[in-house]
Design a protein around this ligand. Sequence first.
Ligand code: 4NP
Length: 171
Amino acid sequence: MQADVKKIGVLFVCLGNICRSPSAHGVFRHLVSARGLDGQVHCDSAGTGDWHVGNSPDARATAEALKRGYDISDLRARRVCEEDFSRFDYLLAMDSSNLNNLRALCPDDASPHIELFLRYATHIDANHTLEVPDPYYRGDEGFSAVLSLVEDASAGLLDALIERHPQLMTP
Ligand code: 4NP
């Protein structure tokens, strides 16, 4: 790959950046790597709130991810910043509140795709909400449900990017 080819950037966004978006970050980077696209797609995650900045993912999210083969223990929470709207091509929100916040924060001169992440899910039925439910105040089953939605949408997202961006070359 030529050094001057711009990577496609994907930022996963939730409220605290300790449960849903780091889970999506961990699953998606695993899929990107498995498809040999590390040099062509980069991803990160961030929160619209700042309460957990610098913290590791919630222990329940880390445990559920590890159970399914994803190590997210290296991730640290950060808040969405203005540069994110130019550094990333896709800002994918976990719920409508995150989506509305991102739209409000987006500078006038930036035009990334700002969407709900679950619009890329392919295994949820038509009347399923497109929101990843916030598991923070729920039990372990909430984290398992998050991971299932995140795995579905991550796979759909990567397929969609490969279809939409012909410059992405899988080995
Ligand atoms: P997340 O979950 O947005 O998926 O990271 C939450 C984490 C923390 C809080 C809310 C949601 N909180 O209120 O501290």
